[in-house]
Design a protein around this ligand. Structure first.
Ligand code: 5GP
Length: 125
């Protein structure tokens, strides 16, 4: 079901459960601000999700309400994940879906990190 990016945070969402260790994930990175793990249904050779540790529904919520420290920490974590997974030289793509038009399904902010080969056109037509 599409996420309402203006709705209150639901602590029972699947990524909140992963953060609490209630559901397993294939972790590739963790620091004080972020957790990254492989997407369960990969859309590219490399498809990693990076999520902030704070309770934010969407990019909209995060960019409005997160502290400067949380925002800086998350952005740095995304860069670290790409570097640590050897994606920088050949390149990669970041994607953040917000709400219904964006196709967001999980109501905890996440950035998709795609790589491992040419990724094709920016949007399917
Ligand atoms: P969205 O459409 O919200 O931007 O993307 C949600 C992503 O989360 C999808 O790519 C989906 O495959 C992934 N996903 C959903 N549930 C799980 C899960 O339990 N574990 C992992 N690793 N990925 C999940």
């Amino acid at each position: 079901m599409a996420v309402d990016p203006t709705a209150p945070y639901d602590p029972e969402n699947i990524f909140a459960k992963i953060l609490r260790g209630e559901i397993p994930c294939n972790k590739v990175y963790e620091d004080g601000h972020a957790l990254a793990f492989h997407d369960i249904n990969p859309q590219a050779d490399v498809h990693i999700l990076v999520i902030p540790k704070g309770a934010y529904v969407s990019w909209d919520d995060f960019s409005e309400h997160a502290s400067d420290q949380e925002i800086a920490g998350f952005v740095r974590a995304v860069g670290n994940v790409a570097r640590e997974n050897g994606l920088v030289v050949r390149g990669y793509r970041l994607l953040g879906n917000v709400g219904r038009n964006g196709g967001q399904e999980v109501p905890h902010l996440h950035v998709h990190l795609f790589g491992g080969g040419p990724l094709g056109p920016m949007l399917a037509r």
